[in-house]
Write a protein that binds this ligand. Structure first.
Ligand SMILES: Cc1cc2nc3c(=O)[nH]c(=O)nc-3n(C[C@H](O)[C@H](O)[C@H](O)COP(=O)(O)OP(=O)(O)OC[C@H]3O[C@@H](n4cnc5c(N)ncnc54)[C@H](O)[C@@H]3O)c2cc1C
Length: 297
């Protein structure tokens, strides 16, 4: 398992893989990179005006004096849940009991309150086959992915599957294939550019960026599933939980399971109470999975 390193200028957890090179200098990665780039920024104190508008004997204002602090994501989801029953008075669940409060949310399937907290991550060192599976997740997710229609050349990188890394023959085949693919891709790109300059109609466009796309969108046809597909992925806690349940399970594909597991580890730092019910399980193939009693909230 890759160790978590910390950025010098922040406490955001990340996993940074090494970039390897073939003999001819083509880049490839053997494991995913994960970094949290955005977390909730919460202003619970902003509830003051709202709470003070109720009769003083209800004691709603004291809601903001809870001596126990939660993480922003937890504070946000708890306040959202407590708004539903206006549970701001002395009989409410205090922050010290937030673990029990969220367990109740999970048990009752009241997962919509978990939709308020969003986290964004950059994932890299992952293949296009992984991103193809990832973008099947619709509810609560947002994606921005490197465009193969626009980007190529020196930024093109490949992903070596774990099965290939541990087998000399498969590893050598991978290295050869990567070199060959890169070379062919460059050859086709150069050839198409020449044709474009010569006025080929199918490759023509009015704008410079479109000209580039016309070439790359044709050349990418030969790129394999093992091409890297970096992606910025944003999801709310409810959606992340569903993703972990589906994709960090023993039934999921090993590559997506691995990046999902790293993402879980990073997110757990920021919202332990929202993900704490997931148990880490060791699977027979040597990888990690996650299991929870509350798979669908
Ligand atoms: C092990 C595994 C194998 C798979 N194999 C295949 C395969 O062979 N072929 C294939 O095509 N896909 C396959 N998938 C993908 C799978 O079918 C889902 O597309 C993917 O897991 C996203 O799940 P989801 O729709 O629950 O998630 P999301 O899109 O994130 O949706 C979350 C939840 O929101 C609700 N929801 C979302 N959209 C709708 C809607 N339009 N209507 C009603 N409710 C909605 C559902 O309750 C859903 O579970 C596989 C997935 C896994 C984990």
């Amino acid at each position: 398992m890759t160790s978590l390193t910390r950025y010098l200028d922040s406490d955001f957890p990340s996993v940074v893989p090494t970039v390897c090179k073939t003999d001819s200098g083509i880049s490839y990665l053997e494991s995913p990179g994960v970094v949290i780039v955005s977390v909730p920024y919460v202003n619970i104190a902003g509830l003051k005006g709202f709470l003070e508008g109720f009769p003083a004997d209800l004691g709603f204002s004291d809601y903001l004096k809870d001596p126990v602090r939660l993480t922003p994501a937890e504070e946000l989801c708890k306040a959202a849940g407590q708004l539903c029953y206006l549970s701001f008075g002395p009989g409410r669940s205090m922050n010290a009991d937030a673990g029990k409060y969220f367990q109740n949310i999970m048990e009752s399937g009241h997962g919509s309150v978990l939709e308020h907290a969003n986290f964004s991550m950059l994932w890299w060192g992952i293949s296009r086959s992984l991103t193809h599976e990832l973008v099947r997740h619709r509810a609560g997710f947002g994606f921005s992915q490197v465009s193969q229609r626009y980007v190529g050349g020196k930024t093109l990188r490949f992903i070596e599957r774990p099965e290939f890394q541990t087998d000399k023959h498969l590893h050598n085949l991978f290295l050869r294939r990567v070199d060959r693919t890169y070379k062919e891709y460059e050859e086709i790109t150069d050839y198409l550019m020449e044709k474009q300059k010569g006025g080929a109609e199918l490759l023509s466009a009015d704008r410079k960026t479109d000209l580039r796309k016309k070439v790359r969108q044709a050349a990418r046809a030969l790129l394999p599933n093992e091409t890297e597909g970096a992606v910025m992925v944003t999801a709310n806690v409810r959606a992340w939980r569903h993703f972990f349940n589906m994709r960090v399970s023993e039934h999921a594909e090993v590559e997506i399971r691995r990046v999902g597991f790293e993402a879980f580890r990073c997110l757990s730092v920021f919202a332990p109470l929202l993900f704490g019910d997931f148990e880490q399980v060791h699977l027979s193939d040597g990888t990690h999975g996650l299991k929870t009693l509350y798979p669908k909230v």
